[in-house]
Design a protein around this ligand. Structure first.
Ligand SMILES: [Zn+2]
Length: 402
């Protein structure tokens, strides 16, 4: 089993400086390699430069510029070149598929935030001073950096990445051979309905609310994004201190929302895997994640549609919610695997319109939060009906519909 960990770093002032330089130099390596590929591509012969060729030049690049390239890990530089290679592979794949993708772009210092070390012990060392009361990670060219390790690391550390978020630095570990820790069986099963009003509802009818303060953060984020957009409208005056502050404000709020969402997802998933042996959930597809609310037909003018708040609904709040489910299901899958629980994804179509009692499918069955079958008059909370149908579709046996 694979697991990822992310810890805050507490570098000294000197290490902080070195980390910035490490990022800067990897960024310029990335951009230099991109420039080479660009030039080759623009040449009439349309030569494609490959990863192997660029990697073969690393030795000379390091020897030529020992101050800025020679001091960092050879492997992390290879990882950076591989990242560029991936961007190009994706680009060519899309060109081949007849799409018109944008050519891979140069990364400004603000858009290049990660240095990867493909193997622990090669240019980096997790827990570099064993038995020291404070965990440290050694990074070539930076030193032994203090780690705020808030939880135990299980399994074997495979890769180590260093990431900048705003003014903070983080270390991200990918571990494999993480042993499963099965939980005792409970004999209980459930289905989940993922909604907008409630984050999710179980087939027993228990609601889990959305992450708190999500709305307030979303509003603040919308406001900050409006401010940022105003810069774009004015002529190329970008890059001023004010502009940078606006960018940072948006990024900071994004991080805050993301942190809250993660926290909430972890707590919710933990409760579910403790309580249930098997959990059915809606399969989340990309199509689902970008769906807009259904248009409302206007009863006065056939063929016309009333505004349904699609613009606002389909906007920020909505996208935060959708992304939230994706994150949640990922975390749920991880915890389920570790606890030896079973997750069953099902086709989500019509789960909110089907009567769990008689099977009648009708849009009219549902009105807001109320479900009332137009055939057998079965009534329930609409989200609970959704969750119930998800469980039924997964073949789970539930107690009788109350
Ligand atoms: Zn019915």
């Amino acid at each position: 089993m694979i697991r990822a960990y992310k810890f805050l770093l507490r570098p000294t002032a000197r290490q902080d400086q070195a980390l910035s330089e490490m990022l800067r130099d990897h960024c310029s390596l990335y951009n230099g390699a991109l420039q080479e590929r660009r030039d080759a591509y623009r040449h009439p012969s349309k030569t494609a430069v490959r990863y192997g060729q660029q990697s073969a030049q690393l030795k000379d690049i390091r020897a030529f510029d020992p101050e800025r390239q020679g001091r960092w890990s050879f492997s992390s530089q290879q990882a950076t070149l591989r990242r560029l290679d991936k961007a190009f592979q994706a680009f060519f794949r899309r060109v081949k598929a007849g799409e018109k993708p944008g050519y891979p772009r140069f990364r400004g210092a603000n858009w290049f935030d990660t240095v990867e070390f493909p193997k622990d012990g090669d240019g980096c060392r997790w827990d570099s001073i064993p038995h020291n009361p404070v965990t440290r990670v050694r990074l070539q060219g930076v030193g032994h950096v203090r780690v705020h390790q808030h939880r135990a690391v299980k399994g074997r550390v495979k890769t180590v990445s260093v990431k900048r978020e705003g003014r903070q630095w983080y270390v991200v570990l990918a571990c494999d051979e993480v042993a499963a820790e099965p939980l005792p069986t409970t004999g209980a099963v459930t289905g989940l309905d993922m909604g907008v009003t409630h984050f999710l509802t179980t087939s027993e009818g228990a609601h889990v609310e959305n992450p708190r303060h999500g709305k307030r953060n979303a509003d603040a984020l919308a406001e900050a994004q409006r401010e940022l957009k105003a810069f774009g409208r004015r002529k190329r005056e970008g890059r001023t201190a004010k502009h940078r502050r606006a960018v940072e404000k948006v990024a900071k709020l994004h991080r805050k929302v993301r942190r809250k969402r993660l926290d909430h997802a972890h707590k919710t998933a933990l409760t579910l895997v403790r309580d249930y042996d098997r959990i059915a959930h809606e399969r989340l597809s990309i199509a689902n994640m970008v769906r807009a609310p259904n248009p409302k037909p206007d009863p006065e003018t056939p063929g016309a549609f009333l505004p349904n708040g699609a613009a606002s609904k389909a906007g920020l709040n909505r996208s935060i919610l959708d992304a939230g489910w994706g994150v949640f299901l990922g975390i749920l899958a991880q915890k389920a695997e570790s606890a030896a629980r079973v997750l069953i994804p099902v086709d989500p179509r019509n789960t909110s319109r089907t009567c769990p009692q008689c099977g009648h499918v009708d849009v009219q069955n549902r009105a807001g939060e109320k479900f009332q079958c137009t055939t057998c008059d079965h009534r329930d909370h609409a989200d609970r009906v959704g969750a119930w149908n998800v469980a039924l579709r997964a073949g789970l046996v539930l107690p009788d519909v109350a």
